[in-house]
Design a binder for this molecule. Sequence first.
Ligand code: GTP
Ligand code: MG
Length: 686
Amino acid sequence: MKSFPPAKIRNVALVGHGGAGKTSLAEALLFCSGAISRMGRVEDGTTTTDFDPEEVRRHLSLSLSLAPFEHDGFKINLLDAPGYADFVGDVHTALRVADLAVLVVSAVEGVEVQTEAAWRIAADLGVPRMFFVNKLDRERASFDRTLEELRDRFGAGVAPLELPIGEEASFRGIADLLTDTAVLYDGAKATVAEIPEDMAAREHEVRDNLVEGIVVADDDLMMRYLDGETISPKELEDTLAKGVAEASVFPVACGSATKLIGIDRLAQFIVEVGPSPLDRPPVSVEAPGGATEVSPDPTAQPLALVYRTVADPYVGKVSFLKVLSGTIRPDSTLTNPRSHSDEKLHGIFTMRGKEQEGLSELPAGDLGAVAKLSDTLTGDTLAPKGTPVRVALPVPLSPVLTIAIRPKSKGDEDKLMTSLHRLQDEDQTLHVRRDDETHQTLLSGMGDTHLSIVTERLHRKFGVEVVTDDVKVAYRETITAGAEAEGKYKKQTGGHGQFGVASLRVEPMARGGGFEFVDKIVGGAIPRQFIPAVEKGVIETMATAGVSGFPVVDVRVTVFDGKFHPVDSSEMSFRMAGSLGFREAMAKAGPVLLEPVSVLEVTVPIAYQGDVMGDLNSRRGRVQGTEVAALGEQMITAQVPTSEILRYAIDLRSITGGRGRFSARHDHYDVLPAHLVDKVAKAQGE
Ligand SMILES: Nc1nc2c(ncn2[C@@H]2O[C@H](COP(=O)(O)OP(=O)(O)OP(=O)(O)O)[C@@H](O)[C@H]2O)c(=O)[nH]1
Ligand SMILES: [Mg+2]
């Protein structure tokens, strides 16, 4: 593929709810532009951007795909993002490098949960947005109803540029409001025609609204319009383009991806009105002298952002780049300021789905890929040697669901960890952790589908089969009263013996107090050098085994008396005495179990607030407050025992139809209610 200057590049992310038709739309755009000669179908697993075996099998997108094509002398880099909520990480990735988000909305289902989620992410990142109302050929499709929903949710900036001619089975063309003409389709073949008479009145009304919506942005245009002058489509388009780039106007186009209606027009619209990398604000980077900004100037120093990493079975590691400034050439050597390693680029290419296509150079604004970088991860910056400039990393998404896994065959432990780390390179929403308290390997991610795909990949790609277990909660123990005990360790049968006695007092401390050791030995009841051994014995016992087998916390231990033997006493005898004394004193001191409690922040539309609070109550949660969040949502803050929210991601999704979001973090330990102690102790014994 030849090289394009920034003004001729459009980086476009297709985002929206699962099944709205993003992958089909990408396929249609590629087909209409001539980039592919056969139009694949999601149902047949033959599309360009759903090429992964799991995508083919499930008939939906699981990860982000790049698909560049040429249209009218421009290069459009399509980013086909998955719609399913578990893969929202890829929506963030796509919108981080896109200059325009096309929110694909089904004319049958209308605005859905992930349409709103994608909108919110794009708005947070300041990415210009437009809509493509798809599936107008389907039964029960309605453009008007969908448009009303769009206006209702996303405000007055929503501006239709087109109206469908016919709907459902009779959907056959598009009325173009800017030029006041109709386009009729026979397959992908378009013919320009007059606006059909039966819709002319409505077309004029919508067109007047649109024109008024556009001219208000420009005083001069507004005056001329009010004077009765006709504003040319070109002038309207230019003003519209400004509104789109500023993310104050959100145009709506429409069509059918599978019937190829309106597709060529969408491509044309993207090149004419969509922002180029030059229309976007400069990117802020961290440089040694402080923060600075870079613009997509192909003649400046080269700087690229690695926005995604994929392990390709044939090429090895592939790093996807967005060039922020300068021009990157196949023989360049760049430095990674994070890892301090020099990276020689062995060839630059782009990917169209799984197909590689070589590039002679990659100028500012463009997207491409390089293979086999030695020490570069997603989020890294590649800069010229001696210019340690870095793009700030985005705040990582917090995982919402955790499972425990172990390899099916015992020998696979190491292989499991290395495979997981390879998967983590590709997927920034995947977190792996070994819990030292519960001895489990924990895998956290964005939902159950995400995690089950990870375990499938472990098997398919790396040959490691895993078993999933329930996540164990890290309970602890403490005491509720003071008690004393004498720990006596004595072994004096023949030869050199063991003898040590330590009298200990235990007392409860405040929650979070941890552990304190007090030495109250007077008159040498225990020789000085053995006191640390007593403390060591206590600490070792506390760490592993209270009365129910959990670590003990929040206890003050005082050693106040003891006995020793001039020959048989040793470090070992006093360690044992400390351990025995602690165990006995603890058993007498009203031991209780402590459970971890999390702080949960749940954001839901107000309509679901009652249900969510009721559910939190049934989980022994204590609601601490509610506050108004953006877009008619409410944020509820509650303290909930961690054991009650291990699968909250799944439950909240079903309570709110996917409209709720939450974050949870460990907060403190609290006494486990007596009626639950048996259950926990029993589970521990298994
Ligand atoms: N009739 C009709 N069907 C369509 C149209 N666009 C997509 N479909 C069908 O809708 C289904 C979902 O389409 P996809 O392209 O996979 O949707 P997606 O938005 O990529 O879905 P995710 O990858 O899950 O986010 C497929 O069966 C398509 O054939 C359309 O314009 N008309
Ligand atoms: Mg898809």
